[in-house]
Design a protein around this ligand. Structure first.
Ligand code: IPE
Ligand code: IPE
Ligand code: MG
Length: 252
C-alpha cells in the first residue's frame, strides 16, 4: 500500500491567484482613513512577489481593482488610480531587476491615456523576463473576461481570420485575458470573506481555495507559507477517484 504522503501534492503551486482584501478594515481598526490601508497593502505586494520569485512560482495573479470597484466613492476610486500609477512608476525598475515579467488583465479602456501608456510600457520593458510572471488584474471581472473572449471569437469569425467552428474550451481559453498562462493552482483571499467577487470565474474551476482572516496589509511571507502548506496537504482529483490518484493510474 502506498504511504499517505503519496496523496499529497508536494510541489509548489505553479500559479497563485490572490484577492487582496481587507485594506479598508485594516486602516479603520487603527482609526485611520482607508487610503492608509491601501498604501500599507502595497508593502504586502512586494513581499508576496519576492516570495514567489524566490520559490519558483511561475505565475502570481493579484486582484487589484474589480470591475465593480467603480461603485466606491469617487474619492476612493481616484486614490486607488493614483496609487496604482505611482506604484507602477516606483516598482517597475525593481521588478525588472528581479527578472519579473509584468502583465495586466482587465478592461483598460476605462483608464486615463497616461495610465494605459504606463501599463503598456511596463509590459514591453519586462516582456522577456523569466523569474516570475506577475499578472495584475485591474478593472477586471470574470464575467467581462468571458464576454470579451466570446466577442473576440465572433469578430474573428466574421472577419474570416478564424474558421467557423464549434465553441470548445480550448477556443475560449485561447481568447481569455489569461491565454497562455497555466490555470491557478492556489487561490487565496485575505480579509475573511469567503466569496469569489467576480474574479477569474472560468479559470478557478479546479483551483484549491484558501481563505484567511488576515487583512491584506498584515499578509506576509509567513502567511503565504501557511497557505502553500495548506495547498501541499491537499489531494487534487480533477474528477478522478482518490484511489486512481493514489495509485498513479492517471495523469493529472
Ligand atoms: C481591497 O481592500 C482593495 C481593493 C478592493 C482595491 P478593501 O478596500 O476592499 O478593504 P475592505 O474590504 O473594505 O476592508
Ligand atoms: C474584491 O474585493 C476586489 C479586489 C480585492 C480588487 P472587494 O472588497 O471589492 O469585494 P466585495 O465587494 O467585498 O465582494
Ligand atoms: Mg473589500
Amino acid at each position: 500500500m502506498s504511504v499517505a504522503t503519496d496523496v499529497f501534492s508536494t510541489t509548489m503551486p505553479r500559479h497563485i491567484a490572490i484577492i487582496m482584501d481587507g485594506n479598508g478594515r485594516w486602516a479603520q481598526k487603527r482609526f485611520m482613513p482607508r487610503a492608509i490601508g491601501h498604501r500599507a497593502g502595497v508593502k504586502s505586494v512586494r513581499k508576496v512577489v519576492e516570495y514567489c520569485a524566490q520559490n519558483k512560482v511561475e505565475v502570481l495573479t493579484l486582484f487589484a481593482f474589480s470591475s465593480e470597484n467603480w461603485r466606491r466613492p469617487e474619492s476612493e476610486v481616484n486614490l486607488l488610480m493614483a496609487l496604482f500609477m505611482s506604484s507602477l512608476q516606483r516598482e517597475i525598475n525593481r521588478l525588472d531587476e528581479r527578472n519579473v515579467c509584468l502583465r495586466f488583465i482587465g478592461d483598460r479602456s476605462a483608464f486615463s491615456r497616461k495610465l494605459q501608456d504606463k501599463m503598456r510600457e511596463a509590459e514591453q520593458k519586462t516582456q522577456f523576463n523569466t523569474a516570475l510572471t506577475l499578472v495584475v488584474a485591474v478593472n477586471y471581472g470574470g464575467r467581462w473576461d468571458l464576454c470579451q473572449a466570446a466577442q473576440k471569437v465572433i469578430d474573428k469569425m466574421a472577419q474570416g481570420t478564424l474558421e467557423k467552428q464549434p465553441i470548445t474550451e480550448e477556443l475560449i481559453n485561447a481568447h481569455l485575458s489569461t491565454a497562455g498562462l497555466p490555470e491557478p493552482d492556489l487561490f487565496i483571499r485575505t480579509g475573511g470573506e469567503q466569496r469569489v467577487s467576480n474574479f477569474m470565474l472560468w479559470q478557478l474551476a479546479y483551483t484549491e481555495m484558501y481563505f484567511t482572516f488576515t487583512l491584506w496589509p498584515d499578509f506576509d511571507r509567513r502567511s503565504l507559507e501557511e497557505a502553500v502548506k495548506s495547498f501541499k496537504g491537499r489531494q487534487r482529483r480533477f474528477g478522478h477517484t482518490g484511489e486512481q490518484v493514489l495509485n498513479k493510474t492517471v495523469t493529472l
